[in-house]
Design a protein around this ligand. Sequence first.
Ligand code: ADP
Ligand code: MG
Length: 288
Amino acid sequence: MLKISDLVKEYPGGLRALDGISLTVSEPQVVAVIGSSGAGKSTLIRCINRLVEPTSGSVRLDGEELTTLSRRALRRARSHIGMIFQEYNLVERLTVMENVLSGRLGSVSLWQAFRRNYPSEDVSAAFELLDRVGLKGRHDDRADALSGGQRQRVGIARALMQKPKLLLVDEPTASLDPKTSRQIMRLIYELAHERGTPALVNIHDVALAQASADRVIALSDGTQVFDGTPEGLSPEVLNDIYGEEDWSATIRKVDDDDNGDENGDTEAPVEKSKPAPRDIVRNGAVAE
Ligand SMILES: Nc1ncnc2c1ncn2[C@@H]1O[C@H](COP(=O)(O)OP(=O)(O)O)[C@@H](O)[C@H]1O
Ligand SMILES: [Mg+2]
């Protein structure tokens, strides 16, 4: 499915954010990518669909080399890669339904979209997905009337509208409270398995990664320092990744206390979109 070989990203100025990453995801599994801020997690995800251009190396999705595609071919390839973002990236003034349908923009013509003339099978697929992500009946609400957790549910539905071959997910819960974070990660996990879609999920929360992934990959300074099951993340391994700390409180399965609480986001709806945590530039390095 996804085969990354010797992937290198050197940013202008010479910083090697990825220093030869090789990684194969050959089954529909959820792969959590962990590591400290600046480890290269976002760069890795973005090099796959070339939101960041890799310096060298290979990325193959279902046998197709992505790193050398022309712009036009890249646009087509991207329409098969679903992306879920930390800040949701919804169009705030549009309805939930319009946001979800925009997932099909790679496939319907701009004219069809402009006329809101989506094929009826797309509209029924969107209703089905909204139901599945816990937003039944919310299709006409404006995106800016939703809570953060609900917005991320829309983001997930929009990504799945693409019938993606691969899901790329960058810190999906970084703007959410802990309980909502667990619900969102569980939803991503369930949907990836239901649909047989592999997912690469950047997440800095170790306990959440352990509880909601089939496999964990750890990056440190652009190199891969761990690839294994969540259970394999011992205190020794975590010390290697993050430095010395008491990991006994972190290494635990996240409890299942939110079962059956389908859409029970614990936050109140927000009036305006919260400002996204800005990258802070320090000494020429960008930290989150
Ligand atoms: N556009 C950029 N230009 C220069 N350096 C960058 C850029 N984006 C990220 N970096 C640097 O690359 C490294 C990896 O960043 P990033 O992939 O965002 O890490 P993470 O997502 O794990 O926090 C960091 O040292 C960061 O400062
Ligand atoms: Mg990042």
